[in-house]
Design a protein around this ligand. Structure first.
Ligand SMILES: Cc1cc2nc3c(=O)[nH]c(=O)nc-3n(C[C@H](O)[C@H](O)[C@H](O)COP(=O)(O)OP(=O)(O)OC[C@H]3O[C@@H](n4cnc5c(N)ncnc54)[C@H](O)[C@@H]3O)c2cc1C
Length: 288
């Protein structure tokens, strides 16, 4: 059943300090739920599946929506939308996989509201930006009244929809280090159709080829386990090898130890295993 709007309370953040105080004070007494673009929260509200009735509107915190490139890294504010990301000239040239993921999240309407931190904190294993952040060794910066904290992206998810984030912490920004020189990016989302579908498998790869051998291989997946993950065994199977069919077969075999897809409403285990291996083949072809 839909949640009745009259029972909901909205606190508008006046500043980051005010937001953190309000969030902290609310923990013991009707926790405020951070509200960014609302594209996930409104779905839960509409379905009547949201436990909280008190919201902290982060919208006024314009300083959290900035994208700041510098030498060697780009810092993306937590409130940056996927529209900002897909149209940002530096991200387009330096982080094309993130731009590709942003361009495949919903349609323009969703991209204009949905934020990067919302995708991260919603913690769906199918979140399309998450494998990109994993493959790029992103760092998530969070803040509470106790101060700031950094979390390596591959340590953020402890289990299905379970984040290493305290109830009074806000994600403030995401840092993306520049990939190693020569690394070639690859992103692919596989769904029921080319646009506006939820991922059956989503993949981001990154590797350089030096003197015919793969170097610095990173393979990250979503929708193939309870959390988005790096396929470390498959990465090892590829490191130092030529990007050929034999390497792809070795990585496909190793992938069995990395991922654990399930049968669900969107797909089944067998299909997801096959697609996950096919994506490595496509990635290797793209690096040649
Ligand atoms: C029609 C439709 C299509 C969609 N298509 C896709 C798709 O193709 N791919 C995809 O990955 N997703 C998709 N989504 C899901 C959604 O758009 C994304 O997950 C989006 O990034 C959520 O961001 P938001 O700002 O709207 O988050 P909100 O709904 O505002 O919040 C989501 C969660 O994050 C928390 N949160 C938000 N900001 C912070 C912060 N700074 N610190 C701590 N917690 C925070 C909130 O409390 C909440 O728990 C779709 C949704 C809809 C409705």
């Amino acid at each position: 059943m839909r949640s009745a709007l009259s029972t909901l309370e909205l606190v508008r953040a006046r500043s980051l300090a005010h937001a953190l105080e309000a969030l902290h004070d609310s923990v013991a007494n009707g926790r405020l739920t951070p509200l960014a673009g609302g594209t996930d929260l409104f779905v839960y509200l509409n379905a009547g599946t949201l436990a909280g009735t008190r919201f902290l509107d982060l919208g006024p915190l314009a300083e959290l929506a900035r994208i700041r490139p510098r030498k060697g890294a780009v810092t993306i504010g937590s409130l940056a939308t996927f529209r900002q990301i897909r149209t940002h000239p530096v991200l387009r040239s330096r982080f094309p996989s993130l731009v590709a993921a942003a361009a495949e999240i919903g349609a323009w309407q969703i991209q204009s509201r949905a934020t990067l931190a919302g995708n991260i904190a919603n913690a769906s294993p199918a979140g399309d930006s998450l494998p990109v952040l994993l493959a790029h060794d992103a760092v998530v910066r969070v803040r509470s009244v106790r101060g700031p904290r950094e979390i390596a992206f591959d340590r953020l998810y402890r289990g299905y929809r379970d984040l290493d984030l305290a109830a009074d912490e806000l994600i403030t920004e995401i840092e993306l280090p520049e990939p190693p020189a020569g690394a070639r990016p690859f992103f692919r989302k596989v769904g029921t159709r080319r646009a506006q579908s939820i991922s059956k498998v989503v993949f981001c790869g990154l590797a350089a080829v030096r003197k015919g051998a793969l170097e610095g291989v990173r393979l990250a997946y979503g929708s193939v386990a309870p959390v988005p993950l790096r396929a470390r065994n498959a990465e090892q199977a590829l490191e130092g090898r030529a990007p050929d069919a034999a390497a792809a077969a070795a990585a496909r075999a190793a992938l069995e130890r990395d991922i654990a897809p399930i049968d669900d409403i969107r797909s089944d285990r067998e299909y997801r295993m096959t697609v996950a291996g096919n994506l490595i083949e496509q990635f290797l072809r793209a690096t040649r």
